[in-house]
Design a protein around this ligand. Structure first.
Ligand code: SAM
Length: 215
């Protein structure tokens, strides 16, 4: 796939608009400027890839709105080299943002077709996250603990397995609520038993499936 001046210009305008909307972490903005979002959508939607809105991808799922990606990523408070677990690879775009920021990324997608699509576009961009096709509501025990966890699908509650797999001092960002509306939650693990939970703005995500999901 190709990048072009047209798409680079649109990407820069998107990054500037996210700054105006309150995204202040310059590393997040740099990653938005660097990652070609149009590679993660179907060819018919490429010209809409730098509008600040969610877009449909295959299998009735969505690539999150750029503002939402930037908001969640900023909340993660990332330092280079951190181990980050993402639940809901989807198109792979959020994963690419994390990779571009120098994270060691582990990502889980339940849908096999989306998993395969994301794997090939991430490889084409020379990113090498560790990927799994399966139910992320139970986390990924093999590589725990994680410094950071991000969930990009709506959760009916904070999944207990994810709380357990978070490192002490670690942070998790996830939308929690019903199927129609969720609150973005920032969970900070103080110790094995103690969690601080901050509830932030309202968002609407597609539902999390699986054992600790909606269905
Ligand atoms: N992060 C994605 C991106 O950048 O394109 C957007 C993700 S989309 C809003 C939510 C994704 O979560 C969908 O691809 C869906 O298949 C996936 N999903 C839902 N339940 C899941 C589960 N239990 N484990 C892993 N992935 C799940």
């Amino acid at each position: 796939m190709i990048d072009s001046f047209k798409y680079k210009g649109a990407r820069n305008r998107l990054a500037d608009s996210l700054t105006e909307k309150g995204i202040s972490d310059s590393k997040v903005i740099e990653a938005i400027r660097a990652v070609p979002r149009h590679w993660f959508v179907e060819s018919a939607l490429m010209d809409s890839a730098y509008e600040d809105r969610a877009l449909p991808i295959a299998e009735n799922q969505t690539i999150s709105q750029p503002y939402t990606v930037a908001f969640q990523t900023q909340l993660l408070d990332l330092k280079p080299g951190m181990k980050v677990l993402e639940i809901g690879t989807g198109s792979g775009y959020q994963c690419a943002i994390l990779c571009a920021m120098g994270m060691k990324v582990f990502t889980i997608e339940v849908n096999r077709k989306l998993f395969q699509n994301a794997r090939s576009v991430l490889a084409e961009l020379d990113f090498s996250p560790t990927m799994l096709c399966g139910d992320g509501s139970m986390g990924w025990d093999k590589y725990q603990p994680y410094d950071r966890i991000i969930v990009t699908a709506a959760c009916p509650r904070i999944p207990a397995a994810l709380q357990k797999q978070l490192a002490d001092g670690g942070k998790m960002v996830l939308p929690v609520g019903n199927r129609d509306l969720q609150e973005m939650c920032l969970v900070i693990k103080k110790s094995a038993q103690e969690f601080e939970i901050k509830r932030l703005d309202k968002f609407k995500f597609v539902p999390l499936r699986g054992k600790d999901g909606f269905f």
